[in-house]
Write a new protein. Structure first.
Length: 71
C-alpha cells in the first residue's frame, strides 16, 4: 500500500489528481475569502494579472479566475 503524498505544484513529482478553476466576479475579494477558509497563494504564479493559483490546506492547487472580458 502506498502512502499518501500531497501534490506539489507546479511540479509533477506528486501530481495533482484534478484541477478546478473558479470564475469569480472580484479576484481580490475571492483571494481574501479563500485565505479566510485556509487557502494560500502559490509561490509560482504563471499569470497573476490574469488569474491566481491557490493551494488548499492540503496543497491541492486551484485557480481563481475573473470572468472573461465582455466585448
Amino acid at each position: 500500500m502506498q502512502s499518501y503524498a500531497a501534490p506539489r505544484w507546479p511540479g509533477q513529482a506528486h501530481a495533482q489528481q484534478f484541477h478546478l478553476d473558479f470564475r469569480v466576479g472580484d479576484l481580490d475579494a475571492a483571494i481574501l475569502h479563500a485565505a479566510d477558509l485556509g487557502a494560500t497563494e502559490a509561490a509560482e504564479q504563471p499569470a497573476p494579472e490574469a488569474y491566481r493559483v491557490m493551494l488548499d490546506p492540503h496543497g491541492h492547487p486551484f485557480c481563481l479566475c475573473p470572468p472573461p472580458d465582455a466585448d
